[in-house]
Design a protein around this ligand. Sequence first.
Ligand code: GAR
Length: 202
Amino acid sequence: MLTARIAVVVSGGGTNLQALIDAQARGELKSGNIALVIADKAGIGAIARAEKAGVDCEVIIRKEPDFEEKVLSALTEHRIDMVVLAGFLGIFSADLLRRFGKPMINIHPALIPSFCGKGFYGLRVHQAALDYGVKVTGATVHYASEVVDGGQIILQKAVDVLPGDTAEILQRRVMEQAEWVLLPQAAEIVAAQIVREKELNV
Ligand code: GAR
């Protein structure tokens, strides 16, 4: 069966990468095949998860020169059809998006358009939600575009904010109830679309 070759780009612990790996193992991510993990830092937890799952992993340091050129080369070499940003804390330029020219999706730990854009990443997003006093937050999977967190929304899921929440507690609830569910679902939606297009071209 034709599948979409997926690259997952990570900067941290990799729990969203793990959700994708597990969804593929369960047959829920069936139109896509995780072919490559790109880690933008050495020593992060996501690398060990990729290795354990037997997925090729390239470490391309974000802070070093030619980061985007190296990413593009890796995507081309591995014949990648779509990219999933799963806790990638950098921002790809419009130039990279244009040159890649294929779908790229991102998970954001809030209900876009709230608590998103430049500077909103990781725990900062949840702290901002707590500081504002919202009673509901959640996660969003959307296409990456030249506007940070501004591309078309694919899936969203709401999660309650509860009394006594800290940013860490809220982050964990949003991951468990929303991110780890939504990201594999959205990846399957996009991968299935790519497979349909491939089938038309064979
Ligand atoms: C996740 O909560 C993800 O949504 C967030 O970083 C965390 C990474 O965790 N991403 C952003 O904030 C992007 N703006 P993980 O490495 O365990 O998947």
